[in-house]
Design a protein around this ligand. Structure first.
Ligand SMILES: Cc1cc2nc3c(=O)[nH]c(=O)nc-3n(C[C@H](O)[C@H](O)[C@H](O)COP(=O)(O)OP(=O)(O)OC[C@H]3O[C@@H](n4cnc5c(N)ncnc54)[C@H](O)[C@@H]3O)c2cc1C
Length: 158
């Protein structure tokens, strides 16, 4: 139950993270670690480089922009569950987040990590599809790296 050796990287900005991903295309991103770390411990994945997003505070937000609710990739399940903006405008998403795992999982796990992991048994995917939500590098997946290029989540899951 011990992961294979890997090199750990901790960028402090989106720009630095993107530079690392360009240099290390095989690197795995680490968000809350609640799906990736168990897979590494079971050696289902053995990345040689892990890029920890945890210090990039610019990705940890929830805000309203006009008619749109924008959720940063590092927003935790607890942030989604307790956000006034989400509760008021998309209560289904807050209710979905509140049903994920337990308090520890909701405090560490992130919406970006859950959507990237895309476990069909997870709670967010059905809600996100029902809401016809869109993803961007600053909203969901850091790997689609042109800023503010919004992608319909529906088309990235088959
Ligand atoms: C005990 C337990 C109970 C759980 N119960 C539930 C449950 O009831 N419902 C549920 O839906 N989920 C559940 N989960 C999963 C949990 O919600 C995870 O937090 C979530 O699936 C992954 O989010 P994370 O932030 O931990 O991502 P990580 O584990 O850090 O990463 C997951 C994957 O996404 C990639 N990734 C992470 N962030 C990004 C990003 N910004 N851009 C691109 N790729 C990225 C990583 O490289 C990795 O491949 C549970 C987990 C545990 C351990």
């Amino acid at each position: 139950m011990i992961p294979a050796p890997f090199e750990y990287h901790q960028p402090s900005s989106v720009a630095e993270a993107l530079q690392m991903l360009t240099r290390l295309p095989e690197a795995k991103l680490l968000a809350g670690g609640h799906s990736l770390l168990p897979m590494m411990k079971l050696r289902l994945v053995s990345p040689t480089h892990v890029v920890d997003l945890g210090r990039i505070e610019a990705l940890r937000f929830i805000r309203q922009e006009g008619q749109t609710v924008v959720v940063g990739a590092l927003a935790t399940h607890w942030m989604v569950e307790s956000s006034d903006v989400v509760r008021r405008t998309v209560p289904m998403l807050a209710e979905t987040a509140a049903r994920i795992g337990d308090v520890q999982v909701r405090n560490a796990g992130t919406i970006g990590g859950s959507l990237a992991h895309a476990d069909p048994a997870a709670d967010y995917p059905a809600a996100i599809l029902a809401l016809d939500a869109q993803r961007s590098p600053l909203g969901g997946s850091l790997r689609d790296c042109s800023p503010r290029r919004w992608l319909p989540t529906r088309s990235s899951w088959r």
